[in-house]
Design a protein around this ligand. Sequence first.
Ligand code: MRU
Length: 321
Amino acid sequence: MAIRALEWRNGALHLLDQRFLPNREEWVVFHDWAGVAEAIRDMVVRGAPAIGVTAAYGMALAARAGDDLMVASAGLRASRPTAVNLFWALDRIEALRTTDASAILAEAVSIDDEDLQMNLAIGKFGAELVPLGAGILTICNTGSLATSGHGTALGIIRSAFAKDPSITVFSCETRPRQQGLRLTAWELMKDNIPFKSIADSAAASLMALGKIDLVVVGADRIACNGDSANKIGTYALAIAAKYHGIPFYVAAPSSTIDIEIADGRQIPIEERDGAEITMIEGVQVAPAGCPTWNPGFDVTPNELITAIVTEQGLFNPPFGF
Ligand code: MRU
């Protein structure tokens, strides 16, 4: 059965709490927009498209409660800064220029449905890039948990596997939040897709050994020139791929393209609590008071990207969105 991480049911938003996966499959029910904003901030739900869809449902909750929609939208916008899908979805809701709860819910449902359709199209286009029996490297979680279903980079992997079960995935652990080890591994195991989880620092060695035929990653925000923000560590993979002559693909729906910014220098990069680095599973592993720098994302410059796969097909350099 297809994995779903968010559902609108009985007038409330239900989120699969991704902080506890894979150990516990626990759903949380939200009845107000402020709770939804907190859930995005705290990463109960994460992944750029899923954040956008969740925020849209947050607006539906605000409208049902008769809350001030401008306040709700501002509160949701302040939850996380990098994924442009959040702002894109809220812009769509605001463009309705209505406080009617059923109209806002209908738009949220459309955003949700469209995301799934876009991912299926990305999967179809992207699967054509995958050679027979390929070794595929990916980072973070870009699957059903990060979207309305199927996924972006992981959607390409799913679609490629449906055509060729002999592919192998190498999934980066993705320190410090371990979305690769906890979430991507969970999704790949559910779908019986052959894979190995690796420490992030093993990626370049794997390339040198000739085990990787392509790298495919998601994105949180793509600038007009193709510069792409994604989970911290993506940029290092792109540099290593270039050195080894391995194609590097970015997969994202058009809702991830920010047509208002010319290049990646204008992408706001989230900085998160240093405790994500110094503590593992609630246990302090660094010396007390250890200073940290914990950006959630980095920007891969367009010259390191072989192609960007969207629901509209493949975009090759020079990118001009
Ligand atoms: O901090 P996260 O887990 O929200 O970061 C997620 C990513 O970086 C994903 O690669 C990106 O959002 C694309 S998800 C289809």
